[in-house]
Ligand binder design. Structure first.
Ligand code: MN3
Length: 200
C-alpha cells in the first residue's frame, strides 16, 4: 500500500489570521509535502521497505551508508514530519492545558523560558531543519534541533512539538525573518491541546 498525502486538518486559509497564509499552505502542503509522499513511494517500491510503516522505515534507514537508503530516509522522514506538523498547529486562540504547562515549568523553569529555548534552537539551526520539544523515554522534556529531515524518532524520543525551519515554511509570509516566524508560531499557531495529547 502506497503512502497517501493526508488532508490538512483545517481549511487552507484557517491559519491565515495566525500568520500562516493560504498561499504558504498551498505550496507547503499541496506541493512540498506531496513531493515527499510521491518520491518516498517511488523510492521504496520493490525494496525491503515496501509495506513497512513510516516509523519502521525512518528508524531503519537513519544514518544508512548507501545513497539509495539516504534518499528513502530523507523523503519518508519529511513525509512523517509534515504529517505531524499540520496537527501541531491550529487556528489562533488555543489555550495551553494545565498538565502541559506544569510539565514545561518543571523542565524549563517557565513557559516563557521554554519558548525562548525553542525559538533559539530554530533560529540556530544552520540551513534546513526542524526544532523540537521532545520527551525522552524517561519522560524528561527537552528542546532539540535537527538538520534536514532528521526527527526525534531517530533518537528514540517522542515528538511533542516540531517547527519546520526550511525556508519554504516561512519565506512567503516572513521572508528572511526566521526568528519572527518562530515567535509567531509559538504565540499564534501552536495547537497546545495536540502537544499535550502527545505527552508520555
Ligand atoms: Mn516543510
Amino acid at each position: 500500500m502506497a503512502f497517501e498525502l493526508p488532508d490538512l486538518p483545517y481549511a487552507h486559509d484557517a491559519l491565515a489570521a495566525g500568520g500562516m497564509s493560504k498561499e504558504t499552505m498551498e505550496y507547503h502542503h499541496d506541493l512540498h509535502h506531496k513531493a515527499y509522499v510521491d518520491n518516498g513511494n517511488k523510492l521504496i517500491e520493490g525494496t525491503e521497505w515496501a509495506g513497512k510503516t513510516l516509523e519502521q522505515i525512518i528508524t531503519g534507514t537513519y544514518n544508512a551508508s548507501s545513497v539509495a537508503q539516504n534518499g528513502i530516509f530523507n523523503n519518508i522522514s519529511q513525509l512523517w514530519n509534515h504529517n505531524q506538523f499540520w496537527q501541531m498547529m491550529g487556528p489562533s486562540g488555543r489555550k495551553m492545558p494545565g498538565e502541559l504547562e506544569s510539565r514545561l515549568k518543571d523542565a524549563f523553569g517557565s513557559v516563557d523560558k521554554f519558548k525562548a529555548d525553542f525559538a533559539a534552537a530554530g533560529a540556530g539551526q544552520f540551513g534546513s531543519g526542524w526544532c523540537w520539544l521532545v520527551a525522552e523515554k524517561n519522560g524528561t522534556l527537552k528542546v532539540t534541533k535537527t538538520e534536514n529531515g532528521v526527527n526525534p524518532l531517530c533518537f528514540g524520543q517522542t515528538a511533542l512539538l516540531g517547527c519546520d525551519v526550511w525556508e519554504h515554511s516561512y519565506y512567503i509570509d516572513f521572508r528572511n525573518k526566521r526568528p519572527a516566524y518562530l515567535s509567531n508560531f509559538l504565540d499564534n499557531l501552536v495547537n497546545w491541546e495536540n502537544v499535550a495529547s502527545r505527552l508520555v
